[in-house]
Design a binder for this molecule. Sequence first.
Ligand SMILES: Cc1ncc(COP(=O)(O)O)c(C=O)c1O
Length: 403
Amino acid sequence: MQYDFDREINRKDTQSAKWGVIQDPGNPSRWHATDDYYGEDRVLPLWVADMDFPAPQPVVDALVRRAQHGIYGYTIRTAAHDRAVVDWMKRRHGWAIEPGWIVSTPGVVPAVNFLVRSFTQPGEKVLVQQPVYYPFFNAIENNGAEILSSSLILDRDRYEMDFDDFENKAADPATTLYILCSPHNPVGRVWTREELIRVGEICLKHRVLVVADEIHADLIYRGVTFTPFAAISEAMAHNTVVCTAPSKTFNLAGLHTSNIIIPNDRLRHRLQQTLNSCGMGKWASPFGVLACETAYREGEPWLEQVMAYIEGNLDYLQGFIDEHVPDIRVIRPEGTYLVWLDCRGLGLDKWALKHLMLGKARVFMDEGFIFGPEGDGFERINIACPRSILQDALARIRRAVTG
Ligand SMILES: Cc1ncc(COP(=O)(O)O)c(C=O)c1O
């Protein structure tokens, strides 16, 4: 089946977070509900990471059939579901996992919170690489640990890990956990096998447990290869908790289903204990597990098409910015539909930049500094939308910058 990603679909009355709430341009700590989805003056929301595209048709059909059944009682994850996850990891990523390694959580962010709680003591340090997905910060601090950043280095247009700094920080006896973001949100790097081996070996040497957040693993551009961290070696597998989900891949975030894959029995039981202590982990959401199984079984043609479309959006964005707004630099991602824009050439402080983009251009992106101070002067734009919306957003940015 051929999908039409050009079609703008009104998300009004769907309780969409992306479209339904907006930050106040004058006071970014305030948010308000909006009803303006179509007006000339509407704000274009290109912030939170969901797509403005419907999920694969087989998923929609399966959910409709399930909804029409009418009974939504307590639900279990079936062997067929787990088999679909196992097959997906093998087919798409060459990673052989066992069904018994899977632990379900209602999302990767909840999982990261549970993992910090399970594997750190109060006051211990958790290593991250800023700029990075900011809910990691809350997960660390809300569970009594401390954030320790080994910041990424921007070398021309490419972010690199700083291995010497990383090793110094991993060697701190208080550092017990590392959250790897692979592919990396927001800078779009798909870490190479060599890079992953280097950080992995440092973690093994200094007994730092790795949480590999691989939620974006399926969203990889042509010519780039994703390496599952735990597939590198037996030793890495036993020192790693891998967070996966069908939610970014197939636009299912609202269904709150993720699969945490843990080859090591001790680590898996520890997480399971934490989940039990919160009264969680026994039942599943009927729509979540069904969507996951169906997407992993039948969603591949959609995924191939959506990635080709998003890559077209990326080319359009790059061409437009290079030609019309040369003071902004596109950090071209290797994966994810999130693009990191270096706006430092505009010479604005972070609030002036926010005001320019949200107040004047009326384009709502995630401002770079929320990903850590290294992101100051950057914006993160979500390009998983019909091209017409992206074109409108870029034209607005051009007018706001040059007008
Ligand atoms: C790196 C990363 N992890 C986790 C999430 C969200 O996970 P979930 O919606 O499953 O809690 C996102 C969403 O953008 C993300 O970028």
